[in-house]
Write a protein that binds this ligand. Structure first.
Ligand code: FES
Length: 83
């Protein structure tokens, strides 16, 4: 399986009241949302109900401590991966 994670957030439109399933494993081809590719992995999607209709920054690196939102963790991982 291919890991489809980004090193930064996905700018995503959400609709108030709608429930979204954020991919926490990085294997989904429909990032940032779950497509059931996690089966067999030790991860489950994170359910999130949008409180407002708006554009949000959903985590793409899968290291956020505030899922499904980006908390800037990708900056650290990008820095440590540079030679
Ligand atoms: S495909 Fe990643 S959590 Fe479901």
């Amino acid at each position: 399986m291919m890991n489809a994670c980004l090193k930064g957030p996905y700018r995503t439109s959400v609709v108030a009241g709608q429930v979204y399933r954020w991919c926490s494993c990085g294997l989904s081809d429909k990032q940032p949302f779950c497509d059931e590719a996690h089966r067999g992995a030790r991860a489950l999607p994170v359910l999130h109900r949008a409180s407002q209709t708006m554009v949000v920054a959903m985590c793409g690196c899968k290291h956020t401590k505030t899922p499904p939102y980006c908390d800037g963790a990708h900056i650290y991982f990008d820095a440590v991966n540079k030679p």
